[in-house]
Design a protein around this ligand. Sequence first.
Ligand code: PMP
Length: 375
Amino acid sequence: NDRNDTIGIDDLPIREELKGQSPYGAPQLDVPVQLNTNENPYPLPEPLVARIAERVAEAARGLNRYPDRDAVELRTELARYLTRTGGHPVATGNVWAANGSNEVLQQLLQTFGGPGRTAIGFEPSYSMHALIARGTGTGWISGPRNEDFTIDVGAAEAAIAAHAPDVVFVTSPNNPTGTAVGADVVERLYEAAQAAKPSLVVVDEAYVEFSHRPSLLPLLEGRPHLVVSRTMSKAFGAAGLRLGYLAAHPAVVDAVQLVRLPYHLSAVTQATALAALEHTDTLLGYVEQLKAERDRLVTELRAIGYEVTESDANFVQFGRFDGAEGSHAAWRRILDRGVLVRDNGVPGWLRVTAGTPEENDAFLDAVRELKKEQD
Ligand code: PMP
């Protein structure tokens, strides 16, 4: 009997800290305009699709063998990309890759966090940081932010000194607020973290290609406990590929080898990512269009009468609605007009991903009507 409805998850002998929890995931609803998961709205260009087919066919001929466990060719190309665009020389030995930056972050917490250890993030921020902490048995500390969603450096330094966490997360640009963090802030938090422990500081730059500001990669110089994590899910328009990576001191790359599964990155994934990297310039062209659309969303939302948080990402946080109930009601009203945005649980605020100009127009029409209703 493989189905007994009287048994639920919590009746199973699962870990205590997982009882009563729900899995992470935005609602995947089938509506015409989906602007809820910070995806890139542009499908990969046809010449790239053809190149992927070619490289995957080549990889398929060797699928009887395990893939390159160290993904050397891919890490070399990722290093080349970072060196070209990040303002800092990066070598193959500085780079590690995994199935999405979520797996990169998980490997980091498996290595530097774990039972009896803690990690801190400044919230609201990317909620998977806390969830991956939980999944790896790492204690989670919720650090503060200012009213305007920038990091309160003094309060952050105090929290790091008080808790002496093993891992410090800094998300720049931050999700869901869009807020970029200055190099001076990361320098100060790194100093505080080294004085308190020393701990690993992870800068999550999933959205950095959309920023008005340069990458924080140059901060790696002389900071062996700093890690910058990146992804091909956003700027490269390849969320379905599942390819994330990090840049750090080679010793950090050696350390994550202790927890990575052997052959975690399939030959098909490596071949696809390599094909996408051959088309970097075209894909970064789409990023420029999305940045312009993001800036247009900010301007038009303000013109309609909404409050908007300054954004350096491919999404915009807007409000304000009347607390958590107000933002949820507004989310519903926008959905009723065929547009799916994200309620990240920040009371009074919603988040919209920059889509194509047509999708953004549909969103702006919906929130214009909503505003009329509310006035
Ligand atoms: N970091 C941040 C800040 C994110 O918003 C996301 C995706 N929502 C990720 C990491 C993970 O992305 P992926 O696993 O697709 O690389």
